[in-house]
Design a protein around this ligand. Structure first.
Ligand code: ZN
Length: 352
């Protein structure tokens, strides 16, 4: 591990919807109580599932991944200089746009007051109600002046492919404020989580997330998002990354043959990804030994693409280090420090 790394994906747990009541208008508190939603738990990560929480990070009582746990499990041991909080709490699941906007705003307020104000090493992603891009832009504008918010957070599976033009105002706002758009594993669960229908088991659901990331990457590239927003950075979070070389080979091969249908895509998908897209480290989905991994790094074709993440408190690795075995020191330094700083303009001040 390189001391002073930047952890680009940790998950503080909101103890329950009732924790947001101090930050919600009275009207919404009444509605949530009346509808029995105050104990709602998002089912993106069933709280009792082994993957959701590493056994040695599971507290004996009470909710996991609270501020004290984050400090002692994820910040202090790895000498982390900054960690980005990605709070997943079901905002995208709701069909009611007004309720989603109110909860997104309250969650951002909760993070600012109960995490960022108390721990200077923490940063956060802005949660937005993607059900309504206009409301999502309002939420970005609300937090844009607070430099501790370093990214806009989306889920990889929503109602439509993310390259579609209806979402472009969100990308315009993100680009304007120098905020990368982070796309995290997870679904709004409005549609099946695979193209062939609903799977039965959590393991299928989780592995299939990689397919959704590939679909979104194709959508963003082919619809021309990066041509329209040349300053935009997209970070694929908790996506795995060993699928990327094969996906890019195919995206690039078929772009060559079919480029007359997308004349606005003026560079190869491989080049677009090198310039605009980054991926977080955990879950490492690569081979277990260092020698095979070395071959994979060559396939990636760039040492700038990966950003360090522990995905705390999810159970993605054993032992004391989230880094894969045999990672050369220079590459570890790039992944843990240089690449995150180059990706998130608002993190530059943490190393200056
Ligand atoms: Zn994550």
């Amino acid at each position: 591990m390189i001391p002073g790394g930047i952890d680009c994906d940790i998950h503080p747990t909101l103890p329950g919807l009732r924790s947001l009541f101090p930050y919600l208008p009275e009207h919404w508190c009444e509605i949530l109580d009346q509808q029995g939603m105050h104990e709602l738990v998002s089912n993106n990560y069933p709280p009792g599932a082994p993957l959701s929480l590493r056994p040695d990070w599971r507290p004996e009582a009470g909710p996991p991944a609270q501020l004290a746990h984050i400090r002692s499990h994820a910040l202090d041991p790895w000498e982390t200089r900054a960690a980005i909080c990605n709070c997943l709490y079901g905002v995208q699941l709701l069909f009611n746009e007004d309720m989603a906007a109110a909860i997104a705003r309250a969650m951002n307020e909760w993070m600012a007051r109960e995490l960022l104000d108390l721990e200077p090493r923490l940063r956060a992603s802005i949660i937005v109600p993607m059900q309504n891009p206009g409301l999502a832009v309002e939420e970005i504008e609300r937090w844009a002046d607070d430099a501790r918010f370093v990214q806009v957070l989306l889920l990889v599976m929503g109602d439509m492919p993310l390259g579609r033009r209806v979402y472009w105002p969100v990308y315009a706002a993100a680009e304007k404020h120098g905020l990368p758009v982070g796309i995290h594993a997870g679904s709004a669960y409005h549609n099946p989580t695979t193209p062939t229908g609903w799977p039965s088991y959590h393991g299928e659901d989780y592995v299939n997330q990689a397919q959704a990331f590939q679909t979104q990457l194709g959508s963003l590239i082919y619809e021309g998002v990066f041509g329209k927003f040349p300053g935009l950075r997209v970070v694929l979070i908790e996506s795995g990354f060993t699928w990327l070389p094969a996906c890019l080979w195919r995206l690039t091969k078929f772009w060559r043959g079919l480029r007359p249908e997308v004349p606005w895509v003026d560079r190869s998908p491989a080049q677009i990804v090198r310039e605009h897209v980054r991926l977080t480290l955990q879950p490492v989905d690569g081979p277990p030994d260092a020698e095979q991994f070395e071959r994979f790094w060559e396939h990636m074709g760039s040492d700038a693409l990966l950003l360090f993440s522990s995905d705390y408190p999810h159970w993605q690795f054993e032992g004391d280090t989230p880094l894969p075995p045999g990672l050369p020191n220079a590459l570890a330094r790039k992944i843990m420090v240089d690449n995150p700083i180059a990706t998130y303009p608002r993190l530059k001040e943490v190393v200056s």
